[in-house]
Design a protein. Structure first.
Length: 85
């Protein structure tokens, strides 16, 4: 899945990841979809690098694609997958 939208801002609340997109949409997903983010500290989560393809956290070894978020995909590593209902 390709998208022309890119992330412009990333934020967290107690149990969700929120991503603002360049086309005005806002995506919110449960942190439980991404165990590394869930287990990370607030400081580690704030150290996100926004790239043309998605989001990257060096300290947490986590990558999240915008296309994956738009498709409702969670963590796909180690056979884990979560789909939005």
């Amino acid at each position: 899945m390709s998208t022309s939208a890119s992330a412009t801002r990333v934020r967290f609340d107690a149990d969700s990841l929120w991503v603002d997109l360049s086309d005005g949409r806002v995506i919110g997903v449960p942190l439980a979809w991404f165990p590394r983010l869930l287990d990370g500290t607030a400081e580690q989560r704030e150290q996100v690098r926004i790239t043309s393809r998605g989001l990257h956290w060096d300290a947490l070894d986590e990558d999240v694609s915008i296309a994956g978020l738009l498709a409702g995909l969670g963590d796909l590593s180690s056979g884990n997958s979560t789909f939005a209902a």
